[in-house]
Design a protein around this ligand. Structure first.
Ligand code: SAH
Length: 258
């Protein structure tokens, strides 16, 4: 239950989610209960989530440190922290230094910030081809179709200490229709979709790098999270992961009538 994980600070919220087993369960489900993998993965997620103060990404600061979703206006919500941890753990093996990530429906910017910290964390596993002398430029693109939310997410990220990353182009928040992806920075090693698509947008599949993964809720009344994996030869595998309830991936007019 949400209240069992609430805290009086961001650090306390994450510590409580860890202590009461929510983070371990979320990550453990993803790595099939392998204990050593669970610890390593949840450590990475905890470190990243502690760097992102949720109070900078919500409208009502009094509920910032609750493990529950919160409305952010325009028919959108910031997801509960355990859902962000869940999404991040499904993409974790693809979030490596030098990687490129697309966050579709970036809303408050919270998850874009977590994804950024996961990519730039030096303790994250390095890709085998990486050369430690070359400067790796992490790149997270957040795409959101409500321009007011894009602007707000940029101010949230700045307040959260990510102004420099924005200036250097390591994080970019853009307004646009996420169903079309963001071709100018493709291909992406990981694509997170934060709203439910009625069907898999082909543009996202095209913009996925070989060896990469899309995490996407698909469905209207009944929704499921899917992994869309592209192997090195370009072959696509679609795996159903679990049932969920997300806001729809749609056009702005339909969203605001919701
Ligand atoms: N991860 C975000 C989730 C926000 S809710 C957060 O936790 O803050 C889903 C978001 O998807 C909303 O902000 C909504 O405006 C956006 N969205 C819905 N359809 C979209 C589309 N076609 N293109 C881009 N963004 C879209």
């Amino acid at each position: 239950m949400a209240w069992t994980s609430s805290g009086s600070s961001n650090e306390e919220l994450i510590d409580n989610m860890l202590r009461n087993g929510i983070l371990g369960k979320v990550v453990g489900d993803v790595v099939d209960g392998d204990k050593s993998k669970t610890e390593g993965a949840s450590d990475r997620i905890v470190r990243a989530m502690k760097k992102v103060d949720r109070a900078n990404y919500v409208r009502d600061k009094r509920d910032a440190y609750e493990d529950s979703p919160q409305t952010i206006g325009h028919g959108a919500t910031i997801s509960a922290p355990h859902m962000h941890a869940y999404a991040a753990s499904h993409l974790l093996p693809y979030l490596l230094p030098g990687g490129r990530v697309l966050d579709v429906g970036s809303g408050s910017g919270y998850l874009s910030a977590v994804l950024y910290h996961l990519i730039e964390d030096p303790q994250g596993q390095k890709p085998s081809s990486s050369d430690s002398d070359t400067e790796l430029k992490p790149l997270v693109i957040g795409i959101e179709h409500v321009s007011e939310l894009t602007d707000w997410s940029i101010s949230n990220l700045k307040r959260d200490g990510l102004g420099e990353a924005l200036e250097k182009g390591q994080i970019e928040m853009v307004t646009g229709d996420g169903r079309l992806g963001y071709p100018s920075n493709a291909p992406y090693d990981a694509i997170h979709v934060g709203a439910a698509a009625p069907e898999l947008p082909q543009a996202l599949v095209e913009q996925l790098a070989p060896g990469g993964r899309i995490f996407i809720p698909i469905g209207t009344y009944k929704q499921n999270i899917y992994h869309i994996d592209k192997d090195e030869s370009g072959k696509i595998t679609q795996t159903e992961v679990m049932g969920v309830r997300y806001v729809p991936l749609t056009d702005r007019k339909s969203q605001e009538m919701h």
